[in-house]
Design a protein around this ligand. Structure first.
Ligand code: ADP
Ligand code: MG
Length: 362
């Protein structure tokens, strides 16, 4: 028998005036890095705070290593939470912040100092012991918060939007550090974020959340390449979406009819009889067809174009009235179509995915 998950949620619900987390079951295997990915307001922080013991679920159980700890207070749970606002003590030095939890536990001063020094070295803050929190940059504060949690050697670390609000360079640096810490310390980590890149690079497993419900659980590759439905697809960047007039199932390929054209699609990975199918593509995988080339779809009328730095976004409309946005290279060698002109587009060798259209709010 495999060992029980470090964290398990068993049909957890949280209701305020309405449900904000609905019947969630999930497992975080020991030593793994799991990320809950969802838009703002989808219930991520609520889930984390229920696991940490700061909020009581309305229904359901929370288990650590197989033991039901739903009724226990935060300090009795084998986990440590780093909140989005970090919660550092502003009047204390870096070293005092990191040593605080050890002091509360009654660890002697010499051991406290030794552990604090070691942990500050791990998060690359040696020499910062005597600094005050307001004298640190955002990224340094984030690392102090990590050190303060990790020094207690928690079996489980809960991270609420660990990289949100940092500039791009710091994000990358801290992402690398969290990943190294995870491997080095072997801790189980559950992070929540609205940022798909963060989830992609750090996690063994991603749980996609929407309005308090799980839409998909999978490896980053599964979620990003084979999203379960149009909501997940749009969230991970497949946001060129077309509604077909008709869908015909096949053995290898399925076929969909859009604006009078027959389109070969990947067969759906999940079927959901409650929803119609939509075709989804990554906007950067579409390009404008050469006049002599066989196109995959068209004609489309160009509505507008917008320069985006690396790409140019083309907003277009099909003869059936559907809008389609996609990206073409901003390379000077790639012609930008004029507004009002008629174009055809190509996406081969990629095929569109055919997914249940779960875009309307449930
Ligand atoms: P996320 O972290 O994904 O942005 P939250 O878990 O913070 O989402 O919130 C989920 C939903 O619960 C939101 O709609 C939020 O407004 C609502 N919510 C959070 N806390 C409370 C509360 N104390 N009372 C009522 N509603 C709340
Ligand atoms: Mg939140």
């Amino acid at each position: 028998m495999s060992s029980p998950a470090a964290i398990a949620l068993d049909r957890v619900t949280k209701v305020y005036d309405k449900p904000v987390v609905s019947d969630i079951s999930l497992e975080v295997p020991e030593g793994s890095f799991v990320t809950v990915l969802g838009p703002s307001g989808s219930g991520k922080s609520t889930i984390l705070q229920m696991i940490g013991g700061f909020l009581q679920p309305t229904a359901g159980r929370i288990l650590f290593a197989g033991t039901d700890m739903t009724a226990l207070p935060p300090n009795k749970r084998p986990c440590n939470t780093i909140f989005q606002d970090l919660g550092l003590f502003p009047h204390m030095t870096v070293a005092e912040n990191v040593a605080y939890g050890l002091k509360v536990r009654g660890v002697d001063p010499a051991t406290r100092r030794k552990c604090t020094t070691e942990m500050l070295a791990i998060v690359a803050l040696e020499g910062y012991e005597r600094r005050r929190i307001h004298q640190l940059s955002g990224g340094q504060r984030q690392r102090v918060a990590l050190a303060r949690a990790l020094v207690l050697d928690p079996a489980v670390l809960l991270l609420d939007e660990p990289l949100t609000g940092l500039d791009e360079r710091l994000r990358q640096q801290l992402r690398g550090e969290i990943s190294r810490l995870h491997r080095r310390l072997g801790a189980t980590i559950l992070a929540v974020t609205h940022n798909q890149d963060e989830a992609l690079s750090l996690s063994d497993r991603i749980i996609v959340l929407r309005a308090g419900r799980i839409e998909q659980i999978g490896t980053p590759r599964e979620v990003f390449e084979r999203p379960a439905n149009a909501f997940v697809a749009r969230f991970v960047g497949f946001d060129a979406i077309l509604k077909p007039e008709r869908v015909d199932s096949g053995i290898a390929d399925w076929h969909a009819r859009v604006a009078g054209r027959d389109i070969r699609c990947e067969p759906p990975v999940s079927r959901d009889p409650a929803h119609d199918y939509v075709l989804v593509l990554r906007p950067e995988r579409i390009r404008i067809a050469d006049p002599k080339e066989r196109s995959d779809l068209g004609p489309l009328t160009v509505i507008s174009t917008a320069y985006k730095g690396r790409d140019v976004e083309v907003e277009s409309r099909l003869v059936d009235g559907q809008a389609l946005k996609f990206l073409i290279s901003a390379d000077p060698g790639v012609a930008v179509p004029a507004s009002g002109s008629s174009i055809e587009i190509v996406w081969e060798p990629m095929k569109p995915l055919l997914l249940p259209d779960a875009l309307v709010e449930p």
